[in-house]
Ligand binder design. Structure first.
Ligand SMILES: Nc1ncnc2c1ncn2[C@@H]1O[C@H](COP(=O)(O)OP(=O)(O)OP(=O)(O)O)[C@@H](O)[C@H]1O
Ligand SMILES: [Mg+2]
Length: 195
């Protein structure tokens, strides 16, 4: 099967550049070499999401944030089209069977935290389902304390993806991701999304 990236694991949090906080867990690093691989990584993560989970996606223009969200949404169970909500602030991906929706936010056009709050940021964060946010930097002062931070660094078609957890539940989520990747990267492991 196709891989979903090369795991470069085990860097202690203390060695990350901005991790003076005591409750930052070790980070997971994965290198992907195609959009498909990044979606597969997202798919594996999306399968593990709980209703209150928050995922922040950082990276420059075209890094692959939306690409990763496409995999996350598919893994979470949403089968529709996933596009960047940069003009609307948020897309709400409704699931059948009364399952909580996935909220996909993009703060690229937001100028400050007050503007984000005015557009309903808190309501999405307090909504029924998990939330993924592209370009979260502008609102980080008003975001919850616990989150999974995905940083994507592009180098040609390669993406160096670092995923770090802040808080107890995000640490459990990251541990689950690590375990799932160890399984799905084995030959014969479950297949990730088709498009
Ligand atoms: N390894 C890879 N992972 C993800 N995307 C890749 C990879 N290699 C190439 N790409 C390409 O990079 C682009 C990523 O676009 P995407 O919209 O996901 O970026 P983005 O970070 O959401 O950008 P924006 O900041 O504009 O929202 C796509 O065209 C995708 O095909
Ligand atoms: Mg995007």
């Amino acid at each position: 099967m196709e891989s979903q990236g090369r795991v470069d694991d085990g860097r202690p949090a203390e060695e990350t550049d901005d991790s003076n906080q005591s409750d930052v867990s070790p980070c997971l690093r994965v290198v992907t070499s195609s959009a498909d691989e990044t979606q597969r990584l997202g798919f594996t993560l999306g399968r593990l999401l709980h209703p209150n989970d928050l995922i922040l996606l950082r990276g420059p223009l075209g890094a692959g944030k939306t690409c990763m969200v496409q995999g996350i949404a598919r893994g979470y169970g949403y089968t529709g089209r996933v596009i960047s909500p940069s003009f609307t602030l948020a897309n709400v991906y409704e699931l059948p069977g009364g399952r909580p929706p996935l909220y996909h936010l993009d703060l690229w056009r937001i100028k400050n935290p007050v503007e984000a709050l005015g557009l309903g940021l808190e309501e999405y964060l307090a909504g029924r389902g998990p939330c993924v946010i592209e370009w979260p930097e502008v609102a980080e002062t008003v975001l919850p304390r616990d989150y999974l931070l995905v940083r994507i660094e592009p180098k040609g078609d390669t993406r160096e993806i670092e995923i770090c957890a802040v808080g107890e539940r995000p640490r459990a989520l990251l541990d689950g991701l690590r375990a799932s990747l160890a399984t799905t990267m084995q030959p014969g492991g479950p297949h990730a999304p088709r498009d």
